[in-house]
Write a protein that binds this ligand. Structure first.
Ligand code: PRP
Length: 199
């Protein structure tokens, strides 16, 4: 059995279709239920839906052999896994955003869900920063004066626009990646390589 962790949500459903086309279908997975694990003995696969930010944890610890995780999560948490392929879906970018104009503060207050990405970006620019670690609705922080800027994912740009904010600096493009547990890659190499190529 190959254990595959998929990110719950729309991206996961798109990605599952690609796995199905690659020869690893599991039709019960798309039934509208609250079940989280699905298997197809014939195809030799077991899928589970997990929170997108947790996929890398399951794969790193071997609970899943492979999985699909955003490059944002891989950069932030640096899990000890193999990154096998860029699936070219879930495309967005990591950016610094704020009110139009250059923020003046000497020590920039940065609100973000991605403290490590933010730290390494501003350190590489030689900027002094104060990280404010939030878990969501990051765009509110500059509006309420909690931070000068944010570091966050921008997909359509709609959330920024509707809150009067804009991209100030692009950090890095993001997309979904196929990742593998290192031991699984060794012991299930043929299957994992076949999936990687088909995807
Ligand atoms: C993400 C991200 C932005 C928004 C960007 O938030 O943090 O807020 O999507 O998308 P857009 O450019 O298409 O508007 P998410 O929906 O994950 O919710 P969150 O506020 O809980 O982080």
């Amino acid at each position: 059995m190959l254990n595959i962790a998929l990110p719950k949500g729309r991206l996961g459903e798109t990605v599952y279709q690609r796995f199905a086309q690659a020869g690893f279908p599991c039709p019960s997975l798309l039934e509208n239920s609250r079940k989280l694990t699905f298997e197809n003995l014939e195809a030799g696969v077991r899928y589970f839906w997990v929170k997108p930010s947790d996929v890398a944890v399951y794969v790193e610890r071997g609970a899943a052999d492979i999985g699909v995780a955003g490059k944002d999560i891989l950069l932030e948490y640096q899990p000890d896994v193999y990154e096998l392929a860029d699936l070219n879906v879930g495309k967005c970018r990591m950016a610094v955003a704020g009110f139009p104009g250059k923020p003046e503060a000497q020590t920039l207050r940065v609100a973000t869900k991605f403290p490590n990405i933010a730290k390494s970006y501003f350190t590489s620019k030689g900027r002094d920063i104060d990280i404010i670690h939030l878990n969501g609705s990051i765009e509110i922080a500059p509006i309420l004066g909690l931070s000068d800027v944010i570091v966050d994912i921008v997909e359509t740009g709609k959330t920024l626009k509707e809150n009067g904010l804009e991209v100030l600096e692009e950090i890095i493009p993001i997309s979904a990646r196929l990742i593998a547990n290192k031991a699984s890659y060794k012991f299930k190499k043929d299957t994992i390589q076949a999936i990687t190529e088909s995807l």
